[in-house]
Write a protein that binds this ligand. Sequence first.
Ligand code: ATP
Ligand code: MG
Length: 452
Amino acid sequence: VRVEIVAVGTELLLGQIVDTNSAWIAEQLAAVGLDCHFQTRVGDNIGRIRQALEVALGRAEAVICCGGLGPTQDDLTREALAEAMGVELRRDPGLVAVIEEMFTRRGRTMSANNARQADVPVGAEVIPQRLGTAPGLICPLGANGAQVAYALPGVPHEMQEMLTRAVLPDLARRAGEPAVIVSRTLRTWGLGESQLAEVVAPRLEALDAAGPGAPTIAFLASGIEGIKLRLTVKSPDAGRAEAALDLEEAELRRLLGPALFSVDQPMEAVVGGLLAERGLTLATAESFTGGLLASRLVATPGASAWFVGGVVTYASRLKQSLLGLPEGPVVSAAAAAAMAEGARRRLEAAVGLATTGVAGPDPQEGHPPGTAFLGLALADGPAEAVAVRLPGDREQVRQLAVISALDLLRRRLLGHDHHSIWVVGDDSPAQGSGPAVLHANGGGSTTAPSGR
Ligand code: ATP
Ligand code: MG
């Protein structure tokens, strides 16, 4: 089954919002092995939406539309689909009642416009709405319904929920695929993309040789979230699928070692879990990350059990007066370690974690942009620091510094690279925009992730 995506919305054409929906849908399709050769963006114009649909249906068996299901006059996806099907729109009184009730539950009254969202092309199946007000549609098309067009809302989380719940299973049925498709995502940090590919290569070969029915592995480089490996398996039943994923996960864990930090969990949640298990509290001191580290920690539900707070000390004067840094350079391993120790003591926590560095675009204290020093202080020894060289622009450097700092703490809590102080090694041009090599005094080495 070939699938095309049609994203509807004039704002997408004007560049006012970025079409992240198509990218997300495409990723999901790829994960389950469905081909998506074309993606279209079209404005809120009924003739042009219809044209986009017809072109797509000339090349593919299925079309996923997103956007244009709202209540206003410029939301025209329903109308365009009815025209493509050659049928009328009919208002579904049951759907009107559901939408009305959603408004009542939120203490609002439904405006007459909203009833438009209950208009259904004759012969189409409704995907009930759970998060928003617009229901989705499954529209049979072509001779004997050999083709299909889906309509999903434009609001990303509503679209994602409906695609997962209704569209992917429907596509799997049409593709004659086995009953279940299960995937899980292993997240890694500390290996560059090409290094990761090298480490995982034996598994890719083994799975290739195993043939159909074996799990597939997809690389998803998503920067600040770590480099992800998504395992997907198709199977006649869920139990067998999970068992196959368990086996493959075990193989990859063996290969990846400490670089694998979680399955389907963000870094900050992993770190929070480790702190909670050990009954430790954490305080942060941030310079160039300006609160990003604290913000990421607080994004974790239940963070109050282990995160006490943080300080943003941007000016050198504050690093000295609040955290007790001696006078001298503030972009240095010594400064990072002192900041971590200062945060630990001043905020009365078991652990202090600190960031200082150069976000760019200009160098500072002789260090090029992308230089970061990450400090870590625990009660059981002297504070330590790690130097990393991070790629990207100001925003990316700050984000990558945060996940690198969290990873430093994670590894320390797990007892990896114990008491080692890492220093920046050579970041030869051969590495491109990718990783800088770090050497651990205590043996072993790792690289900063490319973050792409
Ligand atoms: P609503 O019921 O909220 O009106 P809708 O189906 O009409 O939903 P749109 O009006 O097209 O959807 O879009 C609603 C919002 O969803 C947009 O303002 C935008 O923020 C977001 N959005 C729409 N399309 C996309 C897209 N392709 N990628 C990312 N975000 C999108
Ligand atoms: Mg709308």
